[in-house]
Design a protein around this ligand. Structure first.
Ligand code: SF4
Ligand code: SF4
Length: 382
């Protein structure tokens, strides 16, 4: 336990306010006087509970912002006005600092700035090629005697061991980062009720509603619910795929039921539905990402967004292809590629866009605690 505490302490601490934190501080001072947007989202509501903003407040609020863009298009002081108030962009830049500062191990935080399409695909394809080489050495690329059984190609226990180690390593890194972030932003212990509120807000993406819950802004000041819908398809698709793998693992180890499972079995149905969601959602998010108004976010983070979305899309496409062609001689090749994309995703999970879900959920929890405590104004304190 002492070693764990030491790891957490080493994970990060907020240094002196950076230029990005100072910029958020500047624009929030203007917003707190203006308050035109105070009903838009939880970020503005949390602003009205404060008279001043410490770096901790700013990291909390930056991760509470869902980057819907509504406050940029509503703002009379947005660029080219001389005040240059751009809340979504300022918050996005601080979020990148959160990811980097709280990464564990800390030196790997630099990956957030490099984790674009090229790095993500290089890692995934490299691992896929490694599995292809194993396949070629052991039984040749085109094996026709597998009967749709993945584990006739790569043994189940070996896959479970290797993927389990990588997955648990990624989870461990994210837990350390999360604890440190929570210790930094939390004002009070979480209650069950606050946890329920935060879970509701996270699962419904309440704060992607923009002004009056009409949705986000994309290329201009028109509201749209598309990003919310595509995000839901992506998230719930991912969770269904995760459930599919979990059920298959239980079948294997608890009941001794060996794969392959029928097309109407629970793991295959869950995986198919999840895979379809994980194709439609990321394609939609990719399209919206390309047409987003350039002032909404931090252009330096676009490669990370695109790398993450493409990684999810590669997993779902190869997964569905694997299911469709599992009884052909191409199964081994498709399995090797699919495993490469899954392993690449696990490796990058703590150092890419995946982290936004964790930090945002913790920010929602802190927000729920504040809301449940009432509307009293908080004076920022370190
Ligand atoms: S974003 Fe602009 S309009 Fe909205 S509260 Fe801030 S200063 Fe006012
Ligand atoms: S971009 Fe959207 S979520 Fe972020 S502060 Fe503005 S209105 Fe709130």
């Amino acid at each position: 336990m002492q070693q764990l505490n030491q790891l957490i302490q080493e994970a990060s601490s907020l240094a002196m306010p950076s230029a990005h934190v100072s910029e958020v501080h500047r624009v929030l001072q203007i917003c707190n006087a203006c308050r035109y947007c105070e009903g838009f989202c939880a970020t503005f509501a949390s602003m009205t509970r404060r008279l001043d903003f410490t770096p901790k407040d700013i990291h909390f609020m930056a991760n509470l912002c869902h980057n819907c863009g509504a406050c940029l298009h509503a703002c009379q002081y947005a660029p080219p006005n001389e005040f240059g108030v751009n809340i979504p962009q300022a918050m996005a830049k601080v979020r990148l600092e959160t990811y980097t500062n709280f990464a564990w191990p800390r030196p790997l935080g630099v990956l957030y700035e490099k984790n674009g399409l090229a790095l993500t695909m290089s890692v995934s394809v490299g691992i896929g090629l490694f599995f292809l080489a194993l396949l070629q050495v052991n039984q040749g690329l085109l094996n026709t005697n597998t009967d749709g059984n993945f584990y006739a190609i790569f043994p189940h226990n070996a896959l479970a061991l290797v993927f389990g180690i990588v997955f648990l390593g990624a989870i461990f890194a994210m837990v350390i980062s999360s604890i440190k972030f929570w210790q930094t932003i939390a004002s009070d212990p979480a209650t069950l009720q606050a946890g329920g509120d935060a879970l509701h807000d996270a699962l419904t993406l309440k704060n992607l509603g923009g002004g009056h819950q009409a949705g986000c802004n994309e290329a201009d000041d028109a509201f749209s619910l598309l990003r919310k819908r595509f995000h839901h398809l992506t998230f719930y698709g991912f969770m269904l795929c995760f459930a599919s793998t979990s059920v298959a693992t239980l079948y294997h180890y608890l009941f001794g039921w060996q794969a392959p499972y029928g097309y109407t079995s629970l793991p295959v149905v869950l995986g198919t539905l999840g895979g379809i969601g994980l194709v439609i959602g990321p394609v939609g998010l990719l399209y919206l990402n390309m047409k987003r108004h350039p002032l909404h976010g931090d252009k330096n983070q676009k490669p990370m967004d695109i790398g993450f979305i493409t990684s999810l899309l590669s997993i779902s496409i190869t997964g569905l292809a694997l299911l469709a062609w599992r009884e052909t001689s191409y199964m081994g090749i498709l399995l090797a590629l699919h495993l490469g994309f899954v392993m690449g995703f696990f490796l990058m999970m703590p150092y890419g866009k995946f982290a936004h879900g964790i930090y945002r959920s913790l920010a929602l929890l802190q927000n729920a605690i504040e809301v449940r405590q009432g509307k009293s104004v908080r004076v920022g304190a370190d």
